[in-house]
Design a binder for this molecule. Sequence first.
Ligand code: SUG
Length: 460
Amino acid sequence: MSTSIAACEANFDGLVGPTHNYGGLSYGNVASSSNSARPSNPKQAAQQGLQKMKALHDMGMIQGVLAPQSRPDLHTLRRLGFTGSDCQVIEQAAKKDSALLASCYSASSMWTANAATVSPSADCSDGRLHFTPANLVNRFHRSIEHETTGRILQATFANEDRFAHHQALPSSDHFGDEGAANHTRFCQNYGKAGVEFFVYGQHAFNGQATKPAKYPARQSLEASQAVARLHGLKDEQVVFAQQNPAVIDAGVFHNDVIAVGNGNVSFYHQHAFLNSQQVNDQLQQAMSNMGNGQMYFIEVPADQVSVQDAVNSYLFNSQLISLPQLNDTTMSNGRMGIVVPQECRENANVSAYLDQLIAGDNAIAEILVFDLKQSMSNGGGPACLRLRVVLNEAEQAAVNPACIINNSLFERLMGWTEKHYRDTLSEADLADPQLLIESHSALDELTQILRLGNVYDFQR
Ligand code: SUG
């Protein structure tokens, strides 16, 4: 049985970039399709995200920030045949293919649950914490993120003795990988080897296997298996489960729209998985294999919260966090908080369910509600905005300290958004080369604030 050392879960939220807009780019993501071409408010989006980071910091959580990507992605536009100065590239793309320009302008790297899959060092055979950036091949505008994501992760977790950084998986639908949005780590306490739960939407090499009929399954089993191998996980600590194809077709494009877990608690919708009972048995077996004791399953019944309610409210795209003020890292009797978007309070079924949940006899004791409307309108709730990274004390000391939120960094970043961000952005604005100039100067300053070095193409 493995030993346990003090560790806690940190959240690294994506800072919303200056070009946040509603491009309608994600088929199968209901919010993205239905808000297409509405004007956005990048400043408000970034500030809503920062307020959530500050609130978690104030509660005693370790809260980090991951820099956004530089958009538009001029490198990709040039690869696709647009030439001349940067401004000419944008002008031509706007004239010839505005949909392509919108894809290259997306601020979608803000949803850092899709940045990578992360395995805590206690789980990995070489004792390091492992990151595999997600290739996000299913959506073109997201498939262009992983290279810079890798650079940002390496600049944030810059210590080869502690952190292992892999390349993204091969860019093919066979290895479609959406990162931590389809991955949950269960444990008895964060510093002890735990169970890694990978949820996939389809089999890549078995054409007979069941899969969704309408919307794409973005994650393949084979991709999840490859990540588990790369991270050096043991077979007995890994569970692979298929998402229910019917919920993907109902708008559940990532598993974190229908399930969330923390510690030894799995909180999921009745229809989340193809075979829930088998999934739960496997999770319990893996927890026992690792000497982690009992799992607690909280299944939300469809007659109280329908799949539609879940998709509209993002109840499951919540952050389930161990409340740090109790200073309890064992979680055996720990209280948890559930961080939800305000849409959960606007849906009567979901709101009633939440009240019942915290009144009940289970670990979830507190509801924390946030206004994240700007991100939500593109299908990104509280859980999408953060990458969970379990850190022991030595690893905490090895993280780039300039990326950890404290009062002064929060104030500085709020001021930085005031200085550089627009408060409205529409599709037509993407043709304006001035937006590129504004974004570059914002991000150049940001790399100094976060002490990242030259992570962007325009700085190299
Ligand atoms: O990949 N939306 C993102 C939302 C990602 C949510 N992440 C998690 N569930 N973890 C996506 O579909 C919309 C962009 C646009 O339409 O402008 C977008 O990319």
